[in-house]
Design a protein around this ligand. Structure first.
Ligand code: FEO
Length: 503
């Protein structure tokens, strides 16, 4: 058995959760789910009440939060450290019909089903709206469908496809596939579905409730961090306690897809949103403009602050010493917001978030194997992968015999859209000495003047191209030109030319 198949079986079993192996086999083949609905449902007869109690919060009279926080997880997506844990948000709308918006990660399904059962209070589930199919929100879908055999899934065509790919769960006989602007009346509430491709996967949509003004917005406006009873952003000191994790979440998870986020923000501006219900982190019911403004800055790659981050990669301390000397001179020049980071020690997700925050970035690296120090190179390639734009960089290089890191770092920076180099590269030979002082002071002065005198770099205006347009059917990216190249690859999702259609 191949490793891939083994993993697929594991995911299927995990999806079945408490339903166990029997339920997993029920879900194993296309079409099997419908035939075995009554039998599968019997497994849960009489289990309206579970051990424990629901931990839920009312958002409105008829919208209830039933999400669950995970404080045991160490790495989100097996990459990002989350010492404060994370919340997987899910919501129920109780109208003439009952509607569940998204589910949770497999790690917290026990509490999730207690919550769902408590909120439904004996009612059946009519609809499961899948705004986002990533497994941290969809791992419980299969079990929901077993427990509630009358529930209809409402999702995009792409979500249905990916659901089957991950969990071998064929919903073709019990789904409504929706597209831009489709609506679903569930009583006094009408839901409108708005496509949000690549925020953060291609199948993503958001759902708007016309009665409450709630937008169930998938990963958008989410944050790392477990919820601690407080659900709403206005119940916590968000700026002090949550903003760093919200920024780190956005920049690392969705940061690459700024133009797609901008598209959703434009759509959002056309409706009266009163509540933002993301799939992670606090719910927003007050001061929505504040978080929308943050998203506008982040997604347009506009620096959030006029600030300097100094990132150094050092082995024996010489480069570190030069970086500290530069930071001290920049601060002496009157820039208060300066932060120094050891690239070998600081997690890349922290550095990416800080790069999205700061207007200026100083790179100080040794030369290593005739190249850039590996952690620094990884950081720069990560910046490029996250599409960072519109920043000012300054460079310090170090080399004991053939300094090369400055030139190589500059080559990567020059690939970043809207980015420029400030001042002259300072070259250190092993350790900085008095002879390097003037060069460091000159570079600090150049950075300081740039921070003080320049307006925050604004995204470059792009002129409307006069040629034809082709739209990527996977993610919505638009290619403009005379002809779509035969070997074209979508820069957002990697789709080939066969997946583009002329607009
Ligand atoms: Fe929280 Fe893109 O999943």
């Amino acid at each position: 058995m191949s490793r891939e198949i083994a993993r697929r079986d594991f995911l299927k079993a995990a999806a079945a959760g408490a339903a166990g192996i029997a339920a997993a086999s029920v879900l194993g083949g296309a079409g099997a789910l419908a035939e075995d609905k009554p039998e599968a449902a019997k497994a849960f007869e009489g289990k309206k009440k579970f051990a424990g109690i629901g931990s839920v919060r009312e958002i409105t009279d008829d919208i209830v939060y039933i999400g669950v926080s995970d404080r045991r997880i160490q790495l989100f997506e097996n990459v990002y450290p989350i010492p404060r844990g994370v919340a997987y948000n899910s919501y129920v709308l109780l109208d003439e019909k009952t509607v569940l918006f998204d589910t949770v990660d497999r790690s917290v399904t026990g509490q999730f089903f207690e919550n769902l059962t408590a909120v439904l209070d004996g009612r059946d589930l009519d609809y499961l709206v899948v705004n986002h199919m990533e497994p941290d929100h969809s791992s419980a879908i299969s079990e929901v469908l077993v427990r509630y055999p009358n529930a209809t899934v409402v999702c995009t065509k792409a979500a249905a496809l990916i659901l089957n790919q991950f969990f071998a769960c064929d919903i073709s006989d019990r789904s409504i596939l929706v597209d831009e602007g489709d609506t679903l009346k569930v009583g006094k509430h009408t839901l409108t579905f708005v496509m949000a491709p690549m925020v953060h996967w291609p199948e993503v949509m958001v759902s708007y409730d016309d009665v409450s003004g709630a937008l169930f917005c998938a990963d958008a406006f989410g944050s790392f961090g477990a919820l601690n009873g407080n659900l709403f952003a206005d119940e916590v000191d968000f700026e002090k306690d949550w903003l760093p994790d919200a920024r780190r979440y956005y920049c690392n998870i969705v940061g690459k897809y700024g133009s797609q986020v901008q598209d959703v923000l434009k759509k959002a501006a056309t409706v009266d949103i009163k509540i933002l219900c993301p799939t992670h982190g606090p719910v927003w019911r007050e001061n929505l403009g504040w978080i929308l403004e943050k998203y506008s800055l982040w997604s347009s790659y506009t620096p959030e602050e006029k600030a300097v981050m100094v990132v150094y990669g050092s082995v024996y301390g010489g480069t570190e010493s030069a970086a500290n000397a530069l930071a001290a001179r920049i601060s002496q020049g009157g820039i208060g917001d300066v932060a120094v980071y050891d690239v070998s020690k600081t997690h890349g997700s922290e550095l990416i978030a800080e790069a999205f925050r700061c207007s200026h970035i100083v790179l100080a690296s040794i030369t290593y194997n005739m190249g850039i120090f590996t952690p620094m190179k990884n950081f720069l390639l990560d910046l490029e992968a996250h599409n960072l734009q519109n920043r000012c960089f300054a460079i310090i290089e170090n080399g004991s015999w053939s300094p090369a890191s400055g030139r190589l770092m500059k080559e990567i920076v020059e690939r970043l859209q809207g980015c420029s180099i400030v001042g002259e590269t300072v070259t250190i030979l092993s350790s900085p000495d008095n002879g390097d002082s003037d060069a460091l002071t000159a570079l600090a002065d150049a950075v300081t003047a740039s921070v003080q005198n320049e307006e925050s770099a604004a995204p470059e205006e792009t002129e409307e191209a006069a040629g034809k347009k082709w739209v990527c059917k996977v993610c919505g990216y638009v290619y403009e030109g005379d002809e779509l190249p035969e070997d074209y690859v979508c820069p957002v999702c990697g789709a080939g030319p066969d997946l583009f259609e002329e607009a």
